[in-house]
Design a binder for this molecule. Sequence first.
Ligand code: 4NP
Length: 144
Amino acid sequence: MVCLGNICRSPLAQGILESKVDPDKVYIDSAGTAAYHVGNLPDERSIKVASKYGLDLRHQRARKFSVNDFDTFDYIYAMDSSNYQNILLLARNKKDEEKVQMILNEVYPNANKNVPDPYYGGTDGFEKVYKMLDDVCEIIARKL
Ligand code: 4NP
């Protein structure tokens, strides 16, 4: 799960998908394309909305997406088109490129919709992002 800062959207996506799969069978992590918040906890607004739905994100720490992630993961989900492009810039070959998808394309195929960045908005933005990610993670969990 990849966003820009790895403190708002992708930690939520990680926590939500983790709650829907068998942790012995599926390994999920998140990262940001930027390093601004490396080592930080998720944004307190993400922690809060997750806890409202029974999820604890406080074990997560932000990290930057790295080229090694193409070897570690089978699927790489970008939250928006900017993250998508920045991940693709690091791809070494076609196999790497094929792992990267816009996450909302799992709900709206080929529509290339963005999960909106809630960082500069209010708490209602986090609630909306939570619901979007909960819907898409349900589809991803069933596929996995
Ligand atoms: P995220 O949100 O990419 O969903 O983690 C953001 C977090 C931090 C910043 C931007 C977006 N920032 O500019 O610091």
